[in-house]
Design a protein around this ligand. Structure first.
Ligand code: ACK
Length: 832
């Protein structure tokens, strides 16, 4: 009744020959597997007897054979199919777990087809049981063959080898036994392999993640905090990765960057060479010192001016040093109808004794003709000017070494009045003002109405517009506050010479012209792939301004989840905006293309990225107004970045935008009711849109509210109708969406709470197991709102929690007092 082993041996021989034939391929393919899989037992690799214990003794039998290299192979066989009441046990030796809490068991075996047995099937079985013992035996599973073999197969020398893998955990002891129970089948156990998977040591984004043993639950992720490699430090938040039971690293969060004076080359931080510097953590590589400055030592964080050249401390590090020039020019007293009195400061470090000053001036926007006058003093009255006209003034000093550079431009306007006229005008102005104040007070009393407390967000914007900055708080500056939009562009965006860019392909169509891609090679910097937005020929001055508006905004942001501006080309045509290249294009198209291809954790990782980018924008006081999956870009690492900061705040270019009754153009399906009704756009209305983006992501790019008309959507939302949960959507995520869609905007979660909650879910993926109740998927359902969980509710807790975690909780109060109430602001701290 024994399995004719010589035939099995032949089969094994065949198997080995195939293996050897492919060995070179296998070697390359399996590098990752070798690294991340640790065998605890491999019966094939044991040289002597396996020494497993069979009970009763006439059940399982160890049969030793040799492979084609005459290396011994151990098999255990049993085939007592004709006898009643079989109960044959085979126990392995003690298998050490080496700390693994979850292991995999891979069995290779052949099983005889009962129907093919001569003389009837008797009590023949076609399964066997596998059990394990830590303290007592527990059945793991019943093992059946996918393919059983017959007499015919034996004749043809075809042996049908089955492979079955089971996972086992949580394991709580240092080791365990495996056992195989036969109840009357004809089995040959060819190999037993017990292994676990580790997430191998990994260096990613300049952070080292230690070789990690996964958790004990099948879907558990172990969060690992990375260590920044030498000469690097975390940007915004400590880098983190998540180790799955499959030995894979998932959901990267945060990253390290080289400290200033160093740059990243091949995954490590190398010192900047002499003549180069790196002053900002956010810049990619060391840059060559600007003209007339030098870095004498390797590892410089700034360049110093050559002798005779200067710049002031507040000048940006990439600004060239120039010969000395007066630092500021001011108007002295009131301007006249045809004259302006000026004074200026002596240059800080003149290159020799100052012999005289030159004052250059011209009427604004008429710089083709200008006048130069000279003065030996640091003040003078410029006469012969037109009344009510704006003039530009620049001053430079002359020393024995020659002329220094002109100061920057200063604008002053002549008065429409002479001195006596001004006195009269002043009296009239005071009278009118008093009258207006009286009217306002009367009006206020009559209406009995006082304006509601100003929205804190509006208040914040008010300060931004005034360019007042609080310590540690980054604020977004509306380019509208610049009189000259070109000045705003150049304040926030670097001018790039077009010769450094090659346009290789067209990737899409933008509002103002084609969107292309190609390499950007900046001198002294690594070549990178960029996206190039172009302004089509024949544009008006207004179109040019609107086009460059986006760059003035994007250039103020610096965050891993916000699309990065590389610079602008404005000195040649076509005018271009250069941004980082995102290999996977826009999120909505990307999701539609990859329907159902991602794990929930991957989707949550994407959502976390978007929320983190939005948290940054809301901390900066910037309201996006058009947050939608079509305006998110995805790179090759599945990192999502918020994009589209165009003047499309008025949303002219968004095909989804429709006119509202008030005349504005708004992407109805993504927009909060108060923004549709009375243009109340705030970070809270961005949160509503974020909820819609969550829905788009979890439904792989489905159109929100499907083919309903915009009018029907507005009506349905007004009547408390909300989108149903997408298919297979975890309940926790659907609750979050519903919270984002609270009618009362102050009840919606803030972006930092959303990030906090998503982090929690990622850390504990079993919380994502419960899927949306099918009744929530019925449309036209009025849904109760749930609220976001407690511990994510305030910013201070985040900073406090973080300080606690680094044993510095006692400083929490000091941080709060100093205005460092969110981790974003903490990350912006400078050494001062
Ligand atoms: O979905 P897509 O491929 O991604 O098509 C649109 C198109 O250009 C018009 O906007 C793509 N696009 C825009 N910016 C970028 C970028 N930075 N990287 C890659 N593709 C981009 C967008």
């Amino acid at each position: 009744s024994r399995v004719p082993f010589s035939l099995l041996h032949l089969w094994v021989l065949h198997f080995w020959i195939v293996l050897i034939g492919c060995s070179s391929i296998l070697k390359t393919v399996s590098v990752f597997l070798i690294l991340s899989t640790v065998n605890l037992l491999d019966s094939r690799s044991v040289m002597g007897d396996l020494g497993w214990v069979a009970y009763p003794k006439n059940g399982w039998e160890e049969i030793g054979e040799v492979d084609e290299d005459y290396a011994p192979i151990h098999t255990y066989q049993v085939c007592r199919v004709m006898e009643q009441n079989q109960n044959n046990w085979l126990h392995t030796n003690w298998i050490l777990t080496e700390g693994a809490q979850r292991v995999f068991i891979e069995l290779k075996f052949t099983l005889r087809d009962c129907n093919s047995l001569p003389g009837g099937v008797g009590t023949c079985k076609e399964t066997f049981n596998m059990a394990m013992k830590e303290s007592r035996y527990i059945k793991i599973d019943t093992i059946a063959a996918d393919e059983s073999f017959t007499e015919l197969d034996l004749g043809d020398r075809v042996m049908k080898l089955n492979t079955e893998v089971r996972d086992l955990g949580p394991l709580t002891h240092k080791g365990f036994y495996l056992a195989f129970q036969d109840l009357g089948a004809c089995i040959a156990l060819v190999s037993v392999r017990v292994f676990y998977k580790r997430c191998p040591f990994l260096v990613k984004s300049l952070a080292e993640f230690q070789d990690t043993i996964p958790g004990s639950e099948a879907s558990q992720l172990v969060e690992v905090v990375g260590r920044c490699v030498n000469n690097s430090l975390p940007l915004y938040e400590p880098p983190r990765m998540h180790c799955s039971t499959e030995g894979e690293w998932l959901v990267p969060i945060g990253k390290c960057v080289c400290q200033t004076g160093f740059e990243e080359i091949n995954g490590s931080c190398q010192v900047c060479k002499v003549g180069f510097y790196r002053s900002l953590l956010e810049s990619l590589a060391c840059s060559k010192c600007p003209p007339h400055s030098m870095a004498r030592q390797a590892g410089s964080t700034a360049c110093s001016c050559e002798d005779g050249y200067y710049k002031i401390d507040s000048d940006p590090p990439n600004m060239a040093c120039t010969p000395p020039s007066p630092v500021s020019v001011v108007r002295k007293g009131l301007t006249g109808k045809s004259s302006i009195a000026l004074s200026w400061a002596e240059p800080d470090r003149p290159n020799g004794i100052i012999l005289e000053y030159e004052i250059k001036y011209f009427e604004k926007e008429q710089d083709s003709s200008y006048t130069i006058i000279k003065s030996k003093e640091t003040e003078m009255e410029v006469e012969g000017l037109k009344p009510s006209s704006v003039y530009i003034f620049q001053v430079r000093a002359r020393t024995s070494a020659g002329y220094g550079a002109f100061s920057r431009r200063f604008e002053f306007q002549t008065s429409p009045y002479s001195t006596s006229e001004r006195a009269q005008a002043w009296i009239v102005a005071v009278a009118i003002t008093l009258a207006l104040v009286l009217l306002a007070v009367v009006g206020f009393l009559r209406c009995g109405y006082s304006k509601a407390k100003q929205d804190p967000e509006e208040e914040k914007m008010h300060f931004h517009n005034g360019h007042i900055k609080f310590p540690g708080v980054r604020t977004y500056i509306d380019p509208l506050t610049y009189e000259d939009p070109n000045q705003a562009v150049h304040e926030f965006a670097q001018e790039i010479d077009v010769s450094f860019i090659s346009i290789e392909r067209i990737i899409g169509a933008g509002e103002f012209g084609e969107v292309c891609s190609g390499p950007l090679r900046l001198p002294g910097k690594r070549e990178i792939q960029v996206a190039i937005k172009t302004l089509k020929a024949g544009y008006t001055e207004q179109q040019r301004r609107d086009f460059l508006w986006e760059a003035s905004i994007m250039g103020q942001f610096n965050h891993p989840n916000i699309i990065r501006l590389e610079g602008v080309v404005t000195k040649s045509k076509p005018v271009m905006i250069i941004t980082e290249y995102m290999e996977n294009g826009s999120l909505d198209t990307f999701l539609k293309k990859n329907d159902a291809q991602f794990t929930v954790i991957q989707l949550v990782g994407m959502l976390r990225g978007i929320a983190s980018g939005m948290r940054y924008l809301s901390d900066m006081g910037y309201v996006h107004r058009d947050l939608a999956a079509r305006n998110i870009l995805v790179n090759s690492n599945l990192v999502c970045k918020v994009s589209d900061f165009g003047l499309s705040r008025v949303l002219e270019d968004d095909p989804e935008a429709a006119y509202t009754t008030r005349g504005g153009k708004i992407p109805i399906r993504w927009t909060a009711p108060e923004a549709i009704a009375y243009r109340k756009f705030t970070s809270a209305s961005d949160v509503w849109s974020y909820g819609i983006v969550m829905w788009e992501v979890m439904s792989y790019g489905e159109r929100p509210y499907w083919e309903m008309s915009n009018q029907d959507v507005i009506k349905a939302v007004e009547e408390s109708y909300r989108l149903p949960g997408p298919m297979d959507c975890p309940e926790a995520l659907y609750h979050l969406m519903m919270d984002c869609w609270q009618r009362e905007r102050s009840n919606r979660p803030k972006f930092d709470e959303i990030v906090c909650l998503l982090d929690k879910l990622i850390r504990n993926p079993s919380s994502l197991k419960k899927l949306v109740n099918s009744s929530h998927r019925v449309s036209n359902l009025l849904v109760e709102h749930a609220s976001v969980e407690g511990s994510c509710s305030t910013r201070s807790q985040n900073v406090g929690e973080w300080l606690d975690s680094i044993k510095m909780g006692r400083y929490t109060e000091l941080f709060m007092e100093g205005g460092y109430s969110s981790l974003e602001t903490v990350a912006q701290m400078t050494s001062e």
